[in-house]
Design a protein around this ligand. Structure first.
Ligand code: SF4
Length: 249
């Protein structure tokens, strides 16, 4: 979805405070509904998580997991992935969507990381140093790599062994947030990251941020469907103008 210039609620304004309050009420209800705290699904190192996140774009979890496993089986090191003929990488990740786009992108990302580590011919360095940077700097470092957007940078920091409190926004999370009016109707997935993160308490730890993301994502998967959301059984109907207008119909 495209980014928009839609004005955001200004921090400190009554509208912003209302959205913050709603985000916390929704968090509490959805965490109770879906059984938070949720177990982290990944223990990958941050570089592996970055590659996994690149594979996962618009791909079912099972398929991107299979693509990652097959890539690791075909090329035991990231250096080998970087230097392999692109068609061989494409074949290894054929289980995910758009392998013809993702293979050269992954290789370019690995080349860029090697370059930043000081030598394009050396193995891509560990990204463990991101543990020591403030979150905005860690995200900026990742997002300045061509092909890495806010969802990928947040996933790398939160889902990996780094366990940093950076929140990804996937399509389910985005749809639920839009219908609840936590963000405006024209805000795309990319810009939604900063707007939704700003609504969370700044002191939240990685588990709390993870629970928030997972709870909204589960809600999108299990109730707030893209087509025909099940508003009549939704635990946050009282917070949702979109759902209330549908239920009245
Ligand atoms: S009331 Fe309907 S549209 Fe609103 S969050 Fe619930 S399921 Fe989604």
């Amino acid at each position: 979805m495209k980014a928009t210039a839609e004005p955001a609620a200004t921090p400190g304004s009554p509208e912003f405070a209302e959205r913050q309050g709603k985000a916390l009420r929704v968090h509490a209800r959805l965490c109770a509904e879906y059984g938070a705290p949720f177990r982290f699904f990944s223990t990958k190192d941050p570089l592996s998580e970055l590659i996994s996140a690149l594979l996962s774009h618009r791909t079912k979890n099972a398929d991107s997991h299979r693509a990652f496993q097959q890539l690791r089986a075909a090329f035991p090191s990231w250096e080998e992935v970087r230097d392999a003929p692109t068609p061989a990488v494409e074949a290894a990740i054929s289980a995910c969507t758009w392998p013809e786009q993702k293979a050269p992108r992954i290789q370019a990302v690995l080349r860029e990381i090697s370059r930043r580590c000081g030598d394009e011919s050396r193995p891509p360095c560990s990204l463990d140093f991101l543990a020591d940077l403030p979150i905005p700097e860690a995200r900026a470092w990742l997002e300045s790599i061509p092909g890495v957007g806010p969802k990928t940078s947040a996933a790398t920091l939160l889902f990996s062994s780094l366990r940093r409190p950076a929140m990804p926004v996937d399509s389910h999370h985005h749809r639920v947030a839009q219908r609840l009016e936590l963000i405006g109707p024209k805000v795309g997935e990319g810009p939604a990251h900063a707007l939704l993160a700003a609504l969370l308490p700044p002191g939240w730890d990685a588990q709390q941020v993870y629970d928030h993301h997972e709870a909204l994502m589960f809600h999108g998967q299990k109730c707030c469907y893209f087509h025909s959301p099940a508003c009549h059984r939704c635990v946050v109907l009282s917070e949702c103008p979109f759902g209330q207008s549908r239920v009245k119909m």
